[in-house]
Ligand binder design. Structure first.
Ligand code: HSE
Length: 325
């Protein structure tokens, strides 16, 4: 089969928050915090991870980005066993901001761009959901904006919602890591019908509120009975934040993904932004939890890959010049 393979691509992929309020495993949003991946077809594989937070991540062919790229080539029926890969990420690891989903989606988009986009976005979404199992994370990083999705074990479907221009996101990122596995282990295997109905109704309302720009409805809709009550024991201060952040200017508050990051949706026109940020920080500090707060916006753009020319610099020079400057 003929195709146009290009030499080198640079991918920019957004972070994501999943489980938005009641939307457990189904409602995600891309955030304007990014990872970059350079990928090139090569004669010998090299994997270069930039930045201290990637210490310990493998740089041989067991690397996730390398393995995911090979899945794209396999599905497209081409062979490129040797790749040069470089990655830099501003997305903190194991904090509930979709770092692994962004690595998967970035690798898919990079490998696909290298072979002239032989696979469709829908096909990439299927591979990503199969690997990550959380279509709300991978869907948001892939398509940008707000994504409503399911993964039924065989296929994933999604619809993207354009985020309201006035939607801002405040995250409080605790200094400690929490694995999704541990955060899932505290959840019950079965739930009561009343809790299922609670989430169904609140999630439907939240999707309608986000689709119609009814920001005032978020405070009623962004509540959850399926995972947050159980996970609160793993994150001291979380219960107080869930109960009180709205009194300090949040439109709604939720655990981001499986945590430990806490996320507040905020109206950009709010006069209570400083108060809210202080409330988040102080509440966690009272529990001896050091946390970094960041003001973010939904990332309207999903993953994007550009082709690099011979004279474009390497990823490290790009990061120094464009990202860290
Ligand atoms: N939806 C997954 C969970 C986490 O809550 O376990 C994905 O970030």
């Amino acid at each position: 089969m003929s195709y146009k393979a290009v030499k080198k691509v640079r991918v920019k992929v957004p972070a994501s928050t999943a489980n938005l309020g009641p939307g457990f495993d189904s409602l995600g949003m891309a955030l304007n915090l990014y990872a970059w991946i350079d990928m090139a077809i090569s004669e010998q594989t090299t994997i270069h991870l930039i930045g201290d937070q990637m210490n310990g991540i493998p740089t041989d062919k067991s690397n996730l980005i390398y393995k995911v790229a090979q899945m794209v080539f396999e599905q497209a029926d081409v062979a490129h066993p040797e790749l040069d890969i470089a990655m830099y990420s501003d997305i903190p690891l194991t904090r509930g901001l979709g770092s692994s989903a962004s690595a998967i989606v970035g690798a898919l988009a990079g490998a696909n761009a290298l072979i002239g986009n032989k696979l469709t976005q829908y096909e990439l979404f299927q591979i990503a959901s199969r690997l990550e199992k959380h279509p709300d994370n991978v869907g948001a990083s892939l398509f940008g904006g707000i994504v409503v999705a399911f993964w039924d074990g065989e296929k994933a479907e999604s619809i993207r919602i354009e985020p309201d221009d006035n939607l801002e996101v405040l995250v409080a990122i605790p200094a400690f890591q929490l694995s999704t596995e541990k955060a899932r282990s505290v959840m019950p295997k079965q739930v009561a019908m009343k809790d299922a109905v609670f989430n169904l109704s609140h999630s439907s309302l939240l999707v309608a509120a986000l689709s119609t720009g009814n920001l005032g409805m978020i405070r009623h809709a962004m509540k959850d009975a399926l995972h947050q009550p159980y996970r609160a024991e793993l994150i001291p201060g979380m219960k107080t934040l869930l109960e009180q952040a709205e009194n300090h200017g949040a439109l709604g508050v939720a655990l981001s993904g499986a945590g430990p990051t806490m996320l507040a949706l905020v109206d950009a026109r709010s006069g209570q932004k400083e108060e809210l940020e202080a409330f988040l920080k102080d509440t966690l500090a009272k529990e001896d939890i050091e946390a970094q707060t960041l003001w973010l916006k939904p990332s309207v753009e999903g993953v994007a890959a550009i082709l690099l020319q011979e004279d474009d610099g390497d990823l490290l020079s790009f990061v120094k010049k464009e990202v860290l400057a």
